[in-house]
Design a protein around this ligand. Structure first.
Ligand code: NDP
Length: 299
């Protein structure tokens, strides 16, 4: 068997097109343009590059991008003060604080200080709490987990009643993916570094999500024939033949998995492009929420 490739690049491009159309329709109908504020603290090159990508994507889709940079030695109060200013700014619909913050800063109070209606990363504890509860809906779903769900849905994968196994339980990927899958009526197992006999779980998975951060750890013999495999992992492995001296691989041994799985996401070109597309989708949603609030006040 050769697995079907789930093309994240193509699906993300479709999602971006829908967002571009949504932004245009909002401008035409209400004369309103969504705005995303980014907060970067310090000069970490990877963080600078991620923020730059998000800003460029905003421009591409017609979203206003408002960049704020604070020095690496900014105090907790300065960072939270900036977030409060952005909370109060009606031109800002979404606030994205680029993580990780420098070591002397506490992440949790910064994320908690973001207005719930501007929490486009979806990391506010109230949003996460709603994700966990039956019958409640978060205002925003965290971007990478949301991207995973859209990949499954747009590939026609049956989620309801499926056995789903998520390897990884981080706050930003594993745990919210597991919560979303159970909301969509999958039977979910969450595996992690203390799981005994990981393969016994993964071999039973109709849907297998890998969010571990270990290069090619899940091998072909750990995959159920015909399963759908979503590989969130992004790992560098040395490759002298590559221009940069390394290449990117996922948490799944792709070549082996191709022979066993029914469908699989590649790395790169799978989950990665979805993450930033879902951030833009959340920003458009934040603008819709702000507009609905204005209409309520006006009526
Ligand atoms: P974390 O390091 O926060 O979490 C890793 C998880 O994997 C933990 O729950 C850990 O268990 C578990 N784990 C580690 N080793 C093992 C093992 N041997 N067996 C089973 N479970 C194990 O990583 P993230 O969730 O932040 O990221 C995971 C991967 O996804 C990374 O490669 C990251 O680069 C990538 N990523 C990709 C994104 C994208 O847009 N494509 C976005 C975000 C992340 P425990 O809890 O017990 O420690």
């Amino acid at each position: 068997m050769t697995a079907k490739i789930i093309d994240g690049t193509k699906i993300a491009a479709d999602v971006r097109e829908e967002i571009r159309a949504g932004v245009k329709a909002m401008q035409e109908r209400y004369g309103y343009t969504p705005g995303l504020a980014t907060v970067l603290v310090g000069e970490d090159p990877a963080s600078q590059s991620y923020v730059g990508m998000k800003q460029r994507m905003c421009q591409e889709l017609g979203i206003r991008s408002i960049g704020h940079t604070l020095p690496a030695d900014a105090t907790q109060e300065e960072v939270e003060g900036l977030v409060r200013e952005l909370n109060a700014d009606p031109d800002v619909n979404g606030i994205l604080v680029q993580l990780p913050l420098p070591g002397h800063l506490e992440e949790e109070p910064v994320l908690n200080s973001i207005d719930l209606e501007k929490d486009v990363d979806g990391f506010h504890p109230v949003n996460i709490g709603r994700l966990a509860m039956k019958g409640r809906e978060p205002l925003f779903i965290p971007c990478t987990p949301h991207g995973v769900m859209v990949l499954l849905e747009r590939s026609g994968v049956k989620i309801s009643g499926a056995n789903a196994v998520v390897v990884g339980r981080s706050n930003i990927v594993g745990l919210p993916v597991a919560m979303l899958l159970q909301k969509a009526n999958a039977t979910v197992s969450i595996c992690h570094s203390r799981t005994q006999d990981l393969a016994a779980y993964t071999r039973n998975a109709d849907i297998l999500i890998a969010a571990i951060g270990r290069a090619q750890m899940l091998t072909g013999d750990m995959i159920k024939p015909g399963a759908t495999v979503i590989d969130v992992g992004v790992n560098r492995v040395e490759d002298p033949s590559a221009k940069r001296g390394y290449r990117l691989v996922g948490d799944v041994n792709y070549e082996e998995a191709l022979e066993v799985a029914g469908a699989i996401t590649p790395v790169p070109g799978g989950v990665g492009p979805m993450t930033i597309a879902m951030l833009m989708k959340n920003t458009l949603r934040a603008a819709e929420i702000a507009l609905a609030g204005r209409e309520r006040v006006a009526s």
